[in-house]
Write a protein of this length. Structure first.
Lengths: 996, 211
């Protein structure tokens, strides 16, 4: 048996491999072939194909050349006088008589190529599908599209009607199989990606095939096998796994369902005995076989390969085995276990009125159909429409009733309310930041923050809750949860999520639940029940969970569920937010003002210390409500109101809210709104919503937009709003950093990590100020320029400013700036003195330093162009107020005075003075002395500037004990001023890099 | 042209054109946090989850295949825009609408690998195929106007794939015309002794498409 070879004969000319299809006629006397590379459909006599095409009889019975492009699908309607349907890449489906091949009608036109066709067992319905969206069910009687089944994501490559006419199975190029219930015309079951994925590779296609008794559906499997799925449950029954080395591309059941033949991409064709799940015969071909068909009434197999060569394999099943035709399941007899077809046809229309049965009914007595029959189906359509209409009317009526009830209730409430007060505004209800209102049948967000989201969907009495991290690479994978409580609020951070529900009647009391994302101990989630009180807001942070209830209790639990603290808060809670140790709670301070403004209080607790770090009024835009509340990425408390103003809490002015973003200013069109997710130091992260929606939908996944924070500046006459904004932003950030450093220093911690950051910040601020100065100068705003100059922090920038005004030929400003510099230098001396004093240097060494430098101002007066002496210690704005000495006083007097004041303030300065590192000091001394030597030689060359640069760098760290060469200043005054201008320019150029 | 599979025909295979198209920039929404990638062709990223970034198509597809991102549909690939383009293509039989140079390849790649990221994928795909058909029909009818008097052809807004299909035919046609013309030209050149004559003799420059 093994040695026998099936001869293939060319039927379609194909230059390259193309998908071909072949099919038997209903009586088994003819075969039909088509190729995707050929526009012709050929009908052959089976005998000539079997003969191998030798001799004159090789020409086909009929050649149909009506398609404009390759033919991709064929189907022959069952029944004695069959009909042939062909689908093509030219997007059309045509009907022909069979076996004559006479054109009958154009059935349907698609917008994209057709890939698959199938007739049901009676030939009354044709299913057609391809790259289009949806499978079209076409009633063959009048060529009307009775239904479009939508649900596949890719192009549908395989269709099969269940022999009992209940289901249609379809498979797409992604390998997803869908069972469609023909009675209701909807998805009955979906098996996602069970078959190989071919994407848009159209030379291979997934197929599927019902067993003749309709009990199982065969689908190509992912492991080069064929998988059989159960008809009713969609469960895997068994797999035919064997010698295929590549995925199975085509297969076919024998008429009795006992055997199955499969062809793989490995060019093998295997015959399987389904009962024993073993292959009983195989054959290898030169090319891939892309279509197979079992002769309906014989032991023969029709094959066609990708090159368009067709052949018939006779006596496939050895005579020793059971014939493939023996015991063909007769679905009309009692052999079908559940019910028989005729009964079904009579029963169904009365119960469900499916489209399928209706068509069957109309032609119950006339199976051989013609395509010119009148449209009797339309009556049915109208009926169903009417039914639908009635349904709709009923449901709208119900809705209206409900609505009326609601309105009544609302009225009652409203009446009682108006009697109490005339104000329409209400105190805003409690909410969770980052949540969206529930929508029936849709997912909504319980929480959405910079880390991830928690979504829920209500489904038949219980909900499904999913936790997703934006960063799928790092965030832990959290299994979805079935939620029987109906959680309405949630919060999450990196380590866990907390959920709570409102109480709904007595039996459904409010519950708080915590789910850690990972824990060293198993089963470490916990829940708490609240009797007689209701959770209104939840928050969590590092190691704690907080819930605020309707009794105005703030309950704080540990991560493990221990009840740690129970506090009373001052009013009905609005919302809560957590960040590491900090918990912020917003509550109503009183009823709304007559104007309609909300009166809200905010409190910030430090959980680990058990302290209250802030308490005050939450600021809102008039007539607005709080719509988002939380901490920024760097821990700044922030709020966003319904008028679109974002405020950040700052400790400036004893704690105040700074408006940093306005939605109305940032939006590009009127109908845009911003839904805040979070913010960091410079940017706000939000989701853009278009007007009908004021909040984002879960699907499609929302995308974050980044917008810059900016102060709501008024348009200034300077015309440099962006610079002014940058100036304010940088100032704010600098103050935040300095705050942090002070806190750290107060705790006695090392602040060196922040030093660099603070220095960069100062440099950035100075660059910004310098540019503002130059704009002020060109705009002739000299007072403003001098005010700006006072705000400069770094020595280098001071010099830069001076050079700038010199270049711009503004002598008044030049004078002003010089006096500022003098003042600054005097202050520095005090600090230097203090530093020296603190670091155990003798006062004796300090005195000469002070005296020599105190003589400087007069020199500056003479020589405005001169730059500052390089080796000056860093001036410090914070410490600026310590000195009020006049620059014109005599050196001696100053020395004494300064010493006195230094002693006075020294104690105050100790914490803020930076302790110089000893190695740096040494190194610096060397540098300084080198510079001094060079200076003495009066060589203001490259070496000199190099040394000078180094020293300016070092002078940014307060360096108290540097020996200063009195000659140094004279030489440095000769320093070409152009280099300074260069440095300013450089700063300008460097500017963009400085920004993050 | 070093990568051409068949330099004689001066034609790229579709996959070669597709390869070239993979350098087009698209916008993706990553779902992972990743540092910037420093490639020879430039630096891309850093990537933050849910925040859109611009990357070349090949990188986008690679990330998509690993399900590390979703690709945002380019704004020309929306149903509205494509409908407009299709209408305009149909209305003006003598000019092409501006579309990205690689629109066929980009849409193909996106349909292959990022189908779930495209809204109304079926409609978009059928629109693109329609546009392609309309444009190609225009090219075909345009080519019929080439004659011996044509010495240059100007086609504006033609896309890569369209150029690639037309190129061998166009080049060979013009070459053939040139070859058949040349003895005459040489003769004329001998007669007049001026080099400018053949050019003037070949008639005014004729555009295949206006504009």
């Amino acid at each position: 048996m093994k040695g026998r070879v099936v001869k293939l004969r060319e039927a379609h000319k194909a230059g390259s491999p193309a998908l071909c299809s072949a099919s038997w006629g209903p009586s088994g006397q003819h075969v039909v072939t088509a190729s995707a590379a050929d526009t012709a459909v050929l009908i052959h006599d089976a005998a000539t194909v079997l003969a191998g095409g030798r001799g004159s009889g090789s020409s086909p019975v009929a050649t149909i050349r009506l398609h404009k492009d390759g033919v991709t699908a064929l189907a022959v309607a069952p029944g004695p006088s069959g009909s042939l349907a062909s689908g093509s890449m030219d997007h059309s489906i045509k009907f022909y008589t069979f076996p004559e091949g006479e054109f009958q009608s154009n059935v349907a036109r698609f917008t994209l190529p057709i890939r698959s066709l199938a007739f049901n067992r009676k030939g009354t319905l044709l299913a057609a599908a391809g790259d289009d969206d949806g499978i079209k069910l076409i009633a063959t009687i009048d060529n009307t599209i009775s239904k479009v089944l939508k649900g596949h994501k890719g192009s549908v490559t395989g269709l099969a009607f269940d022999p009992r006419n209940d289901y249609l199975a379809s498979v797409d190029s992604f390998g997803t199989v869908i069972y469609w219930d023909l009675c209701i015309g909807a998805e009955a079951r979906t098996l996602t990606r069970v078959a190989p994925t071919f994407r848009s590779d159209n030379s291979v296609r997934n197929v599927l095939c019902w067993s003749p008794d309709g009990q199982t559906l065969a689908v190509p499997g992912l492991r080069n096998n064929v998988v059989l799925y159960d008809r009713d449950t969609g469960e895997e029954v068994c797999t035919l796994y064997g010698d295929h080395e590549q995925p199975v591309s085509s297969f076919c059941w024998s008429p009795n369902g006992r055997y199955l033949v499969s062809a793989g991409l490995d060019r093998q064709v295997l015959i399987w005995d389904v009962k024993s799940r073993q292959d009983i015969e195989r054959q290898k071909f030169d090319d891939r076989i892309c279509s197979l068909a079992w002769k309906p009434n014989g032991n023969a197999l029709l094959l066609i390969d990708v090159m368009g060569r067709v052949g018939i394999w006779e006596s496939v099943i050895p005579s020793t085995m059971k014939s493939p035709n023996e015991g063909i399941p007769d679905l009309n007899s009692t052999k079908a276990p559940l019910f028989d077809d005729d009964d079904e046809d009579e029963e169904k229309p009365s119960t469900s009125g499916g489209l399928e049965d209706d068509i069957d009914e109309t032609l119950s007595d006339s199976t051989p159909f013609s395509h010119k029959r009148p449209r009797r189906k339309s009556t049915f359509d109208r009926d169903s429409d009417n039914e639908d209409l009635i349904h709709q009317m009923e449901s709208t009526k119900r809705m209206k009733d409900k609505h009326n009830k609601k309105v009544d209730a609302g009225k009652a409430r409203g009446d009682s309310a108006t009697s109490a007060r005339l104000v329409t505004a209400r105190m805003q209800a409690a909410f969770q930041p980052g949540s969206t209102p529930p929508q029936p049948g849709m997912r909504n967000f319980l929480a959405y923050n910079m880390l991830g989201s928690i979504t829920t969907i209500e489904n038949e009495g219980h909900s499904h809750v999913e936790v997703d991290f934006h960063d799928t690479g790092r965030g832990p994978r959290v299994p979805s949860m079935t939620d029987y409580f109906g959680f309405t609020m949630a919060a999450m951070n990196g380590s866990g999520s907390v959920f709570a529900n409102q109480c709904k009647g007595d039996k459904n009391m409010s519950t708080l639940m915590y789910r850690p994302f990972g824990s060293w101990a198993g089963n470490s989630e916990w829940s708490m029940r609240f009797e007689g009180e209701e959770v209104k807001a939840v928050a969590l942070g590092a190691g704690w969970v907080a819930a605020v209830t309707s009794l105005n209790f703030l309950r704080i639990f540990t991560e493990g569920g221990l009840q740690m603290h129970i506090l009373s808060v001052s009013g009905p809670v609005v919302t809560a937010a957590g960040y590491e140790d900090q918990l912020a709670i917003v509550s109503h301070a009183s009823d709304c003002l007559p104007s309609g403004d909300q009166v809200l209080d905010v409190k910030v607790f430090n959980i680990s210390e058990g302290a209250q770090s802030m308490s005050g009024r939450l600021v809102l835009t008039p007539l607005s409500q709080l719509s988002w509340f939380g901490f920024s990425e760097n821990g700044q408390l922030s709020s966003y109101d319904s008028k679109g103003i974002l405020r950040v809490f700052s400790s400036q002015f004893g704690g105040s809210w700074l408006p940093l973003f306005s939605s109305a200013k940032a939006r590009k069109s009127e109908d845009e709104s911003h839904w805040v997710v979070g913010l960091d130091a410079n940017n706000i992260f939000c989701i853009l919503c278009k007007t009908p929606q004021s909040y984002p939908q879960v699907m499609p996944k929302p995308v974050l937009s980044i917008l810059h924070l900016s102060f709501p500046l008024v348009s200034s006459d300077l015309g440099a709003n962006s610079l002014e904004n940058e100036f304010l932003m940088r100032k704010l950030q600098l103050s935040q950093i300095q705050n942090k450093m002070e806190e750290m220093a107060a705790l006695g911690l090392d602040t060196t990590t922040y030093d660099d950051e603070a220095f960069n910040m100062e440099a950035g601020l100075d660059q910004c100020i310098l540019r503002l100065i130059s704009i002020c100068c060109s705009g002739d705003k000299l007072v403003r320029a001098s005010e700006l100059a006072k705000l400069l922090t770094l020595e280098k920038s001071m010099k830069g400013a001076l050079t700038l005004v010199t270049r711009l030929k503004l002598p008044t400003l030049q004078e002003k700036f010089s006096s500022i510099i003098e003042e600054r230098m005097l202050n520095n001396k005090i600090i230097a003195g203090t530093g020296g004093f603190c670091s155990n240097a003798t006062i004796m060494t300090n005195t000469p330093v002070l005296t020599t430098q105190a003589t400087l101002p007069s020199k500056f007066m003479q020589d405005g162009n001169s730059s500052l002496e390089s080796s000056l210690p860093k001036p410090n704005l914070v410490n600026q107020q310590c000195s009020s000495t006049e620059p014109k006083k005599s050196a001696g007097e100053q020395g004494i005075e300064i010493k006195d004041s230094a002693r006075k303030v020294s104690s105050a300065f100790i914490p803020s003075t930076k302790v110089p590192k000893s190695s740096e000091t040494k190194k610096h001394r060397n540098e300084a002395s080198n510079a001094a030597v060079v200076d003495q030689n009066q060589e203001g060359g490259i070496d000199h500037t190099g040394a000078k640069k180094m020293s300016t760098e070092y002078c940014n760290r307060a360096e108290p004990q540097r020996p200063v060469n009195p000659f140094a200043k004279s030489s440095s005054s000769k320093e070409p001023s152009s280099s300074l201008l260069d440095s300013i320019k450089k700063m300008k150029v460097d500017k963009p890099n400085g920004r993050i | 042209m070093a990568g051409q599979s068949d330099p004689h025909l001066s034609i790229f295979s579709p996959s070669e054109v597709e390869f070239v198209a993979e350098d087009e920039i698209v916008e993706i929404v990553p779902n992972i946090r990743m540092d910037a990638l420093n490639m020879i062709c430039g630096d891309f990223g850093p990537f933050f989850p849910q925040i859109p970034t611009k990357v070349p198509l090949w990188l986008a597809v690679a990330l998509k295949k690993r399900s590390k991102c979703t690709i945002r549909t380019p704004d020309w690939m929306t149903v509205d825009r494509l409908t407009q383009v299709l209408e305009a293509e149909r209305e003006s039989p003598r000019e092409f609408q501006p579309l990205p140079f690689h629109y066929i390849e980009i849409s193909k790649l996106l349909f292959d690998d990022a189908r779930d990221d495209i809204s109304d994928a079926y409609l978009v795909r059928s629109l693109i195929e329609d546009i392609r058909d309309v444009r190609f029909h225009k090219v075909e009818t345009g080519l019929e106007t080439i004659s011996g008097r044509t010495h240059a052809v100007k086609l504006k807004n033609l896309s890569a794939m369209e150029v690639n299909i037309v190129r061998p035919f166009m080049v060979r046609t013009l070459q053939a015309f040139y070859k058949h013309d040349s003895p005459q030209m040489i003769q004329q050149a001998d007669n007049t002794g001026s080099r400018a004559t053949p050019v003037t003799d070949r008639g005014p420059r004729r555009d295949l498409r206006r504009r």
